[in-house]
Design a protein around this ligand. Structure first.
Ligand SMILES: Nc1nc(=O)c2c([nH]1)NC[C@@H]1CN(c3ccc(C(=O)N[C@@H](CCC(=O)O)C(=O)O)cc3)CN21
Ligand SMILES: O=c1ccn([C@H]2C[C@H](O)[C@@H](COP(=O)(O)O)O2)c(=O)[nH]1
Length: 277
């Protein structure tokens, strides 16, 4: 995962101090792109051990269209706890926008089913897009994430805002535009999550996986992640692991946790870091 280490190094070297909503402070750059050829193995960071279980369950939770953390809690995943109401609600976040975007006239749009149908029937389309950015439900920044969720707004505006698929020579590629990236904590999750989504969509569309292209807007290192970043930069990355997916599954909503097996994942020890809320 030298691509990820290059991002960390770039932000460390070129990042400018910038205040942020959480009050933690960051060093930040604007605009950065990484490319991962999915034929070269699964892009899971190896310079710290990553919790793939949380990543897989979070993706399955998005695909179910759920916005309550109950499913995550049942599976021991706590990464969204800090932003949810006491009832576990996050408001209309990713799952809602992906599966039941609601138009002004009340029309409900399942963007995931629609994009898969388009990939299968119109692979040359330049409109193979899913957007989570819905200005009608953005949070009111004068109140907390929990209050927003209680008021039917998003607890946090989506960070991975929009993704686009591209089909060429029987291969499926995916590009994500991420408006804001927590390089130490969030970005390793986001890379693995979208790489996995690309493998899953390719399988159900009878295509081979191509590239995952990750485009970042505000790419930042929180000031309380700098030591952890240096430790990671001092480590030598291992070869990428391989992801095996149960080949029987042909429905994007038919995957379960046991359909995924990561092989040959060799990683350095986990590194703890506080999450900015
Ligand atoms: N500041 C911030 N960074 C994020 O990455 C982030 C947010 N906020 N808010 C919404 C979601 C939640 N996501 C998170 C939240 C926490 C971890 C985290 O603490 N990861 C630890 C533990 C992993 C685990 O429990 O599975 C890690 O070491 O990776 C990762 C992603 C990504 N997002
Ligand atoms: O998937 C995710 C979700 C969130 N993040 C990070 C990016 C920022 O550090 C915070 C969100 O704060 P904003 O003020 O709304 O940008 O969470 C991430 O990296 N990946």
């Amino acid at each position: 995962m030298k691509e990820y280490l290059a991002l960390m190094r770039h932000v460390k070297e070129h990042g400018i101090k910038k205040e942020d909503r959480t009050g933690t402070g960051t060093i930040s750059v604007f605009g950065y792109q990484m490319r991962f050829d999915l034929a070269d193995g699964f892009p899971l960071v190896t310079t710290k051990k990553c919790h793939l279980r949380s990543i897989i369950h979070e993706l399955l939770w998005f695909l179910k269209g759920e916005t309550n953390i109950a499913y995550l809690k049942e599976h021991g995943v706590s990464i969204w706890d800090e932003w949810a109401t006491d009832e576990g609600e996050l408001g209309p976040v990713y799952g809602h926008q992906w599966r039941s975007w609601t138009g002004a006239d009340g029309q409900v749009i399942d963007q995931i089913s629609d994009v898969i149908q388009q990939i299968k029937t119109n692979p040359d389309s330049r409109r193979l897009i899913v957007s989570a950015w819905n200005p009608a439900v953005l949070p009111d920044t004068s109140v907390s994430p929990k209050e927003n969720a209680a008021n039917g707004k998003q607890a946090l505006p989506p960070c991975h805002t929009l993704f686009q698929f591209y089909v060429l020579d029987g291969k499926l590629s995916c590009q994500l535009y991420q408006r804001s990236g927590d390089v130490f904590l969030g970005v390793p999750f986001n890379i693995a999550s979208y790489a996995l989504l690309t493998l899953m969509v390719a399988q159900v569309c009878d295509l081979e996986p191509g590239e995952f292209i990750h485009t970042l807007g505000d790419a930042h290192l929180y000031l309380n992640h700098l030591e952890q970043t240096d430790l990671q930069l001092s480590r030598e990355p291992f070869a990428r692991p391989q992801m095996r997916i149960n080949p029987e599954v042909k429905d994007i909503f038919g995957f379960t946790y046991d359909d995924f097996t990561l092989e040959n994942y060799q990683a350095h020890p986990h590194i703890k870091a506080p999450v900015a809320i």
